[in-house]
Design a protein around this ligand. Structure first.
Ligand SMILES: *Cc1c(COP(=O)(O)O)cnc(C)c1O
Length: 393
């Protein structure tokens, strides 16, 4: 086997071209995170390793702004965190209410369909948000076990306001789940302030890391429910859980009861923690907390303001409603006389900059330009705007 590009046997070394990743994620990785990932692995039960795990739990409690004991990592990309949460919270046949207003809302439904949950939707046009009153009305009508929604849906560049949502769910005995993949580290995610039971995320958006780890936080009451669905013993041929009544979790890899036992002081073996991703997650959190979350949110807001100024100066139109736009990714209408893909290809090939296309009803209609995590700096925003100006001609 010879690489056509280099004539080397077995292809060339990994040496990716330099790109400024200004799409809806992944964004470029902070150099300190890359350095942390290059450290050698340890045995899973090495005291040094278990200490790193405990430190990671402590760091993410601050990042998620929670006191939740159960704050840890699910191995896999952000979707792994979503699937672990929903699979562990929803018994087959259980009712789930999903707020759907974009591509990632659809993903929640898709996952719930696979676990045989009874799906009910607050089905909104893409880019719209629900009011508290709308959510309450739907909860009263559906009486779900779980309410699930997306915080910032990158597909529509829109953020759902979550103030009061968790408390509302509690009032009706509903467990709340939020996917904060696109917002954690870039916009305020107030797990305890909003009283949300389970929040999951990823690293490759505003946390400044690579894809492949899903930080998650779980309230005591949600954890208690999940533990009640624990399988009694490995290999036991019963459908009963440890509690004797509840159907056990229909996934081994995403069984949060087992994963929590692994992260507990008992260290009950489940998977082998993805060590290099643990190093990355831990370093992402250290970088974010050292900067300060509020300073980080402000940095994303400043980039947004600059992006909006620049885009409007170019005569382009912004997508979405000003009150609910995410600060870390901006939707921009593709001018009628231009082709979405031609411009994106020129941005990449002539300027080394990646910007995002769109999906579903927005496909070909908007570009999505992000300024996330380590990339959220005015100099990067100005580089994108200058390149875009050239490519629009
Ligand atoms: C990017 C994104 C994801 C993607 O998850 P991955 O599995 O890491 O690709 C999920 N949810 C939201 C809201 C996102 O913006």
């Amino acid at each position: 086997m010879v690489n056509s590009r280099s004539n080397q046997p077995y292809f060339s070394d990994i040496d990716p071209p330099t790109r400024l990743l200004m799409g809806p994620g992944p964004a470029n990785v902070h150099p300190r995170v890359l350095r942390a990932m290059s450290a050698d692995v340890l045995g899973q039960f090495d005291p040094e390793m278990t200490q790193y795990m405990n430190e990671t739990m402590a760091l993410y409690r601050e990042v998620f702004r929670t006191k939740n004991k159960w704050t840890f990592l699910v191995n896999g990309s952000a979707r792994a965190g979503i699937e672990a949460a929903l699979t562990s919270l929803l018994e087959p046949g259980a009712r789930v209410l999903i707020l759907q207003a974009g591509r990632f809302g659809l993903l929640l439904s898709e996952i719930c369909e696979r676990i045989d949950a009874e799906i009910h939707l607050i089905d909104l046009p893409w880019g719209e948000v629900a009011t508290l009153a709308q959510i309450e009305e739907a909860i009263k009508a559906v009486k779900p076990a779980v309410f699930a929604c997306i915080h910032g849906d990158t597909s529509t560049t829109t953020a759902q306001p979550l103030e009061g949502v968790g408390a509302l769910c509690k009032k009706y005995g509903v467990i709340s789940y939020v996917d904060a993949t696109a917002t954690l580290g870039g916009m305020a995610v107030e797990t305890d302030g909003w009283e949300i039971d389970v929040v999951s995320s990823g690293l490759q958006k505003c946390m400044g890391g690579p894809p492949g780890s899903a930080p998650i936080t779980i309230s005591d009451r949600a954890a208690e429910f999940i533990f009640s669905r624990r399988k009694v013993e490995l290999g036991l041929k019963t459908k009963d859980s440890a509690a004797g009544a509840r159907p056990f979790i229909r996934s081994n890899y995403f069984d949060l009861a087992m994963i929590m036992q692994y992260w507990s002081d008992r260290r009950l073996n489940h998977h082998t923690e993805a060590t290099s991703m643990l190093y990355a997650s831990r370093e992402c959190a250290r970088v974010a907390l050292k900067e300060g979350l509020e300073a980080r949110f402000a940095r994303h807001r400043e980039c947004k303001a600059e992006m909006v100024r620049g885009v409007e100066a170019l005569g382009l139109k912004l997508y979405g409603h000003s009150a609910t736009r995410m600060t870390n990714v901006t939707g921009i209408y593709v001018p009628a006389h231009l082709d979405d893909e031609t411009v994106r290809t020129r941005m990449r090939d002539e300027h080394g900059i990646e910007i995002g296309t769109a999906f579903g009803p927005l496909a070909g209609k908007i570009w999505r330009i992000g300024a996330m995590g380590h990339n959220a700096h005015l100099s990067n925003v100005r580089r994108v705007l200058a390149a875009l100006e050239t490519c629009l001609k």
